[in-house]
Design a protein. Structure first.
Length: 278
């Protein structure tokens, strides 16, 4: 199956990409994320709602690790139209135990904004981390990032960013990255149940698809998808890996046995530790 095979068949796109319908107990998983995140915020020292931009949605939560340790930014998913940073505080616990300072940024959701604005917000959040994280004890020179689902897309867009446009930013601020069950070519979604919310056009698909925007010299990236996910998520990863690898970038593609679109988040601590610059 190749991605072009999907884009003219809305019913097939929905079947392959609607992970919530594909996993029978998806609502239980997402409710667990919210509950576990509340527990994490009650248990872990953290700095909440730090603004990185001018709008109410532009905030981030910082979970400090050991002084001078590496910094890890996690970008949440939800097909760009669900959830908030508060629903994903639970990722911080294991990563803080591994010695990371963890940052979970929030962003505005579609249809209030478009995906292009969400990408802009995540660039602003990453810039804030690089310029400010040392204040909270972490070492932004040892920065890694990860994301899940739509967050995987946003991670790949961060790697495709030309950071030299900002005079106060290093040319390659991210040392390595992990993307879990991401979307790297948006073309199929323009034919999906999401289109009324996302409102993708041809220009947006071209400019906002990481597989079409790869740059040479990107940091190492691990692409993971669950063995129980539809083939579409594996095809998405393969397409991105081929495009990025063709430019000499280091991309590793993994299939995680027994994991679906929701349970794959259990793989994050191990993968984050694997890429952590020590």
């Amino acid at each position: 199956m190749t991605l072009p095979d999907l884009i003219c068949d809305p019913a097939e796109v929905d079947r392959l990409y609607d992970a919530g319908k594909a996993v029978a107990d998806s609502a239980r998983h997402t409710a667990g994320w919210t509950s576990d995140s509340a527990d994490a915020r009650a248990r872990l020292r953290h700095l909440a709602d730090l603004p990185y931009g001018p709008t109410a949605e532009e905030y981030l939560d910082v979970f400090p690790g050991p002084a001078g340790g590496p910094v890890h930014v996690f970008i949440h998913g939800g097909y760009w139209r669900r959830f908030s940073a508060k629903d994903f505080s639970f990722v911080a616990g294991p990563l803080v135990e591994q010695g990371h300072t963890v940052v979970v940024p929030n962003y505005a959701l579609c249809p209030q904004v478009g995906i292009a604005e969400i990408v802009r917000q995540m660039r602003a959040a990453l810039r804030w981390v690089v310029l400010n994280e040392a204040v909270h004890g972490g070492d932004p020179r040892r920065l890694t990032i990860s994301g899940h689902s739509a967050g995987g897309h946003l991670v790949a867009m961060m790697l495709a960013t030309d950071w030299s446009r900002w005079r106060d930013m290093p040319s390659r601020p991210v040392q390595a990255a992990v993307a879990l069950s991401g979307i790297y070519d948006l073309a199929p979604l323009a034919w999906s149940w999401l289109q009324p919310v996302l409102q993708l056009d041809h220009h947006q698909v071209q400019q906002l698809s990481p597989a079409r925007q790869v740059r040479p010299g990107q940091p190492p990236l691990v692409l993971a998808a669950g063995g129980e996910e539809s083939q579409a998520f594996h095809a998405q990863a393969s397409r991105y890996a081929a495009a990025s690898g063709a430019l000499g970038n280091r991309v590793e593609q993994l299939s995680c046995p027994g994991r679906d679109h929701f349970t794959i988040l259990a793989e994050l601590p191990g993968l984050a530790e694997r890429i952590s610059p020590r």
